[in-house]
Design a protein around this ligand. Structure first.
Ligand code: FES
Ligand code: FE2
Length: 329
């Protein structure tokens, strides 16, 4: 997919689910054109470093081992600390502290792993909100929801889709009818750029709805940079989801989609029952596939002929997104 901006935007990007990297294990990752290694100490601390050992270039994500708070290279056993600096060389008296791996800022929220990407290598400039506390007027106890992963999550690796495309979906209330067979046209009720976050509210107008504004269902969403968004659905079911698109290289992205569905009354299990999972999968996880079938073959139009209804929100979201493209394409 050709886009008029870089595949290396600044911000937070999801790179997996916490359960993918258990204590004492190592996982290879590939994002923003770099090979990375994620490892978790036995104490549970998660670290992400560049993967290629400065000694002779082995990929530490492929066979590296956790050793205390370090990760060791599978080739000759050099160990690197969470800051990426060489901590020991097993057959030498001293480490070579001039050798280091880039350490990526990493954070875990609601069992998902995010890294901070800045093409200049700078530290995080803003904090990622938490899906469960981002909306202070709604029930926010994660234990009231079934776990999202692995039962109610999907992962699409290496799709030819730039995150800007998925971001712009936030401004698009018209496609629901055509792509998702929605019988009622949603209305984009409001949008509000606030620093690195872009808030939107979509409503489904149903005349018989009891809600005072006549909206049977509302989706409140927060785009967190261009990387992805959190959404909360208010209606007969009250659920939350996240959707992130993280560039792998200059052509493709990995997509992560998770739904937290409220537990049935009296259910104490964390695992969603099969019948409910099937329903959620069909009704909600499937919608991403429908979008993907458009996005995979789409070209990016820089100067679109927008209808009256979408011109303002599209304009606003494109203007807001420009802050995350700090280097040229
Ligand atoms: S290549 Fe990593 S220790 Fe030699
Ligand atoms: Fe969609």
């Amino acid at each position: 997919m050709k886009v008029p901006f870089t595949w290396k935007p600044t911000g937070w990007f999801m790179v997996g689910w916490s359960a993918d990297v258990m204590p004492g294990t190592v996982k290879p990752l590939q994002y923003f054109g770099e090979h990375l290694v994620a490892y978790r100490t036995l104490d549970g601390d998660l670290h992400v470093l560049n993967a290629h050992c400065p000694h002779l270039g082995a990929n530490i994500g492929r066979g590296g081992k956790v050793n205390g708070d370090c990760v060791t290279c599978p080739y000759h056993g050099w160990g690197y600390g969470p800051d990426g600096v060489n901590r020991f060389i097993p057959y030498e008296d001293r480490p070579n502290v001039t050798k280091s791996l880039r350490a990526w800022p990493v954070t875990e929220r609601h069992e998902c792993i995010f890294i901070w990407h800045d093409p200049a290598g700078g530290p995080p400039r803003w904090e990622l909100p938490d899906l469960f506390t981002a909306y202070d007027d709604m029930p926010s106890d994660p234990s009231e929801y079934y776990r999202a992963y692995p039962e109610v999550s999907v992962y699409y690796p290496r799709e030819p889709v730039h995150p800007q495309i998925t971001l712009e979906n936030a401004a698009d209330s018209i496609h629901f009818k055509y792509v998702h067979d929605a019988t009622v046209d949603p209305v984009l009720m409001s949008w509000d750029p606030v620093g690195p976050l872009f808030h939107t509210v979509n409503g489904w107008p149903v005349p018989s709805a009891k809600s005072p504004d006549g909206m049977a269902l509302k989706i409140r969403a927060i785009s967190c940079g261009v990387g992805g968004s959190y959404s909360v659905f208010e209606g007969n079911a009250h659920y939350r989801l996240i959707f992130f698109t993280t560039p792998v290289d200059d052509e493709s992205s990995d997509m992560f989609y998770s739904i937290w569905w409220p537990k049935r009354a009296g259910d104490t299990s964390d695992v969603i029952p099969d019948d409910l999972r099937e329903r959620v999968e069909k009704q909600f996880l499937q919608t991403l596939w429908d979008d993907l079938e458009i996005w995979r073959y789409q070209v990016y139009v820089s100067n679109p002929a927008l209808a009256q209804r979408d011109a303002r929100p599209y304009g606003a979201i494109r203007k807001w997104a420009a802050q995350f493209y700090e280097i040229d394409a």
